[in-house]
Write a protein that binds this ligand. Structure first.
Ligand code: SF4
Ligand code: ZN
Ligand code: ZN
Length: 319
């Protein structure tokens, strides 16, 4: 069967949400064009300096490769964090990541939780377990990663920080925040970023309209050897996300395009809300000085370290 776009090459992929059969080249073009469209809306094509958060997984390699297809790679700086997870953070993987980025002409900055926070992720998990707490590794990991990525964006004076979250991640996050009734967090998710603190570098997600299976196929067709070893903490991932993911996959299989509809319709609501409301600046953490959620004195990261016995401080956690 021939490709529905070029009508000459053999189709190798069926895109359920459009019903099209595509050849490899037209599939790659389709992904790059859709990323470019989203990047234009997010302001990436006008930025002078963009920090890319990269992990070496398929999404971050697809992010770097697609952006470099229409943005001067000299404007892109990639940033990688070694969490300190035994058996997961491997040096051969780090070398492969550096080589891909070198080939694209993108600079790479690397750091680690150990260097920036003083502890590896394994240390944090061990200490919290020793205290009898049931804090998921992903809670430490996600919070400190966000903090370090934002600080790195500030450090290199980036106009924007781009992360590799895909459509599946974004649709799940929207539904999770809806279920939690967290409207303030929800509204910040729209495609036009909002600056709620002078210490925040605006974060954008150019892959947020690309299905996860599409980033996997893109990475495969491009020949990337991405990090395939699963994080040993994956089973500790919050159960609500796993349940929402299964629910959305079953919906998508019955009605292809559902995830895209959720994100696109949400974007319209989010923009309308932002136009009609005044969003106040976020407070700053009294310990580390970084922005924290409304109503908090101490940020979640500092609170986690205090609770786990890794940080002594006079400020007590709020809850
Ligand atoms: Fe971090 Fe959790 Fe992902 Fe592991 S599974 S890398 S701990 S967020
Ligand atoms: Zn084609
Ligand atoms: Zn703090």
């Amino acid at each position: 069967m021939k490709c529905d776009v070029c009508k000459s090459k053999d189709a190798v992929i069926l895109q359920p949400h459009t019903g099209r059969r595509l050849c490899k080249d037209c599939f790659i073009d389709d992904i790059q064009n859709r990323v470019k469209k989203e990047a234009e809306k997010e302001g990436l094509t006008k930025a002078n300096k963009i920090l890319l958060a990269v992990s070496g997984g398929k999404d971050s390699l697809t992010l770097a490769d697609t952006l470099a297809s229409f943005i001067d790679p000299k404007k892109l700086i990639s940033f990688n964090i070694v969490e300190g997870i035994g058996g997961y953070n491997r040096s051969d993987q780090a070398k492969k990541l550096k080589k891909y980025l070198d080939d694209l002409g993108i600079e790479l900055i690397s750091t680690s939780f150990k260097k920036e926070v003083g502890f590896t992720l394994d240390d944090m998990v061990r200490s919290s377990h020793d205290k009898g707490l049931n804090i998921s590794a992903c809670t430490f990991c996600g919070g400190f990663r966000r903090k370090l990525i934002n600080a790195a964006g500030r450090e290199v004076k980036a106009d924007l920080v781009a992360t590799g979250h895909n459509l599946d991640d974004e649709a799940q996050t929207i539904v999770i925040n809806l279920l939690r009734g967290d409207i303030k967090r929800l509204i910040r998710l729209g495609e036009i970023p909002v600056k709620l603190s002078d210490k925040f570098v605006l974060r954008v997600k150019p892959l947020r309209k690309i299905y996860e299976w599409e980033t996997t196929m893109y990475a495969y067709y491009k020949g990337f050897e991405f990090q395939e070893v699963e994080c040993p903490y994956i089973s500790m991932k919050p159960t609500l996300r796993a349940k929402v993911r299964d629910l959305l996959y079953s919906l998508e299989s019955k009605k292809p395009g559902s995830l895209l509809t959720i994100v696109e319709e949400f974007d319209k609501i989010s923009e309308e809300y932002k136009r009609n409301s005044e969003l106040k600046d976020l407070p700053k953490c009294k310990i580390c000085g970084e922005p924290t959620s409304y109503g908090r004195d101490v940020c979640k990261n500092c609170e986690l370290l205090i609770k786990s016995g890794l940080l002594n401080h006079q400020y007590l956690p709020m809850s």
